[in-house]
Design a protein around this ligand. Structure first.
Ligand SMILES: Nc1ncnc2c1ncn2[C@@H]1O[C@H](COP(=O)(O)OP(=O)(O)OP(=O)(O)O)[C@@H](O)[C@H]1O
Ligand SMILES: [Mg+2]
Length: 273
């Protein structure tokens, strides 16, 4: 296998079990997938199906009980070292919870550089300003605190933080679902642009099939800790999934959109009266 064929992420037969004995709960069951370099790979499925746990297993935050994982061909052991952190970063759903409330944006963005011994004070300041500009925030944001930012701006800071170490892979766990609908598209388009500019590989978890269709090349559908089906975004768009569970998920999403559209139409009609 040549270097070009080596997947960015290879997961084989992954199992995750929380707790022990009678309390044991298997959250991920024999999950296998590969993500090519430069690809955006989606994970969808109902709440509790194990999507976040798969991402957390990759980052070493979940109790892996079986299987193998490789990042660019390097097997992952029990611990994640500094080289791993430089290669793989994660963005969480809730930008309110993921930023330290008493740290300035400058401190939050400088921290990974300090931990990894990168640059002197001057260089770090330059990289912080560059990172802010990259996510569409001006220098005036540098010494603000999280509570002085909107939800969308906070998520931009969380994305900037994930990119400080110039990773190759970013794991995105519902990166826009805590945001106002009007801001969601902005942040998704930002993620797309950053992916092209920095040559990133994404795994994107979302409940929202429209988000997955907009962002991903391939996706997996999860249910009860298993992969029910893996498909291309073309298959998703064409509405031709093989598995009944996936069809139901699609129908539910369409039904939801129709219901929402009908409600909006009804509201507009009322306003016009
Ligand atoms: N630390 C934990 N201890 C015990 N059980 C856990 C833990 N973390 C997750 N679980 C369980 O594992 C299952 C999968 O959780 P996970 O967070 O991966 O779901 P999810 O697909 O991301 O759901 P959501 O869409 O709601 O975020 C759930 O039943 C959850 O209760
Ligand atoms: Mg989750």
């Amino acid at each position: 296998m040549t270097a070009a064929d080596t997947p960015a992420i290879a997961v084989k037969d992954l199992s995750v079990v929380f707790g022990q004995g009678r309390e044991a709960f298997q959250a991920v069951r024999g999950v296998s997938f590969q993500v090519r370099e430069g690809e955006t790979y989606g994970l969808v499925g109902e709440s509790g199906s194990g999507k976040s746990t798969v991402l957390r297993a990759i980052t070493g935050l979940a109790p892996v009980t079986g299987g193998r994982m490789e990042i660019f061909g390097q097997p992952l052991g029990h611990d994640r070292d500094a080289a791993f952190c430089r290669t793989v970063q994660m963005v969480f759903q809730d930008p309110y919870a993921s930023l330290h409330p008493r740290r300035t944006i400058d401190a939050t963005l400088s921290e990974p550089l300090i931990i990894h011994g990168i640059g002197d004070r001057q260089e770090r300041a330059e990289r912080v300003l560059k990172a802010l500009a990259d996510v569409g925030l001006g220098p005036e944001f540098r010494f603000r605190y999280p509570h002085q930012l909107s939800g969308g701006q906070r998520q931009r800071v969380a994305i900037a933080r994930a990119l400080m170490l110039e990773p190759k892979i970013v794991l995105l766990d519902e990166p826009t679902s805590a945001l106002d609908v009007s801001i969601q598209a902005e942040v998704l388009n930002l993620l797309k642009r950053l992916k092209d500019e920095h040559g990133l590989t994404y795994v994107l978890v979302s409940h929202n099939l429209a988000v997955i269709a907009h962002m991903c090349e391939r996706l997996a559908v999860m249910q009860h800790g298993r992969f029910v089906e893996e498909m291309t975004v073309e298959q998703l768009r064409a509405g031709t999934p093989r598995e009944e569970y996936t069809r139901n998920l699609l129908d539910a999403a369409r039904g939801y959109d129709r219901e929402k559209a009908a409600r909006f139409a009804a509201m507009e009609a009322l306003e016009e009266e």
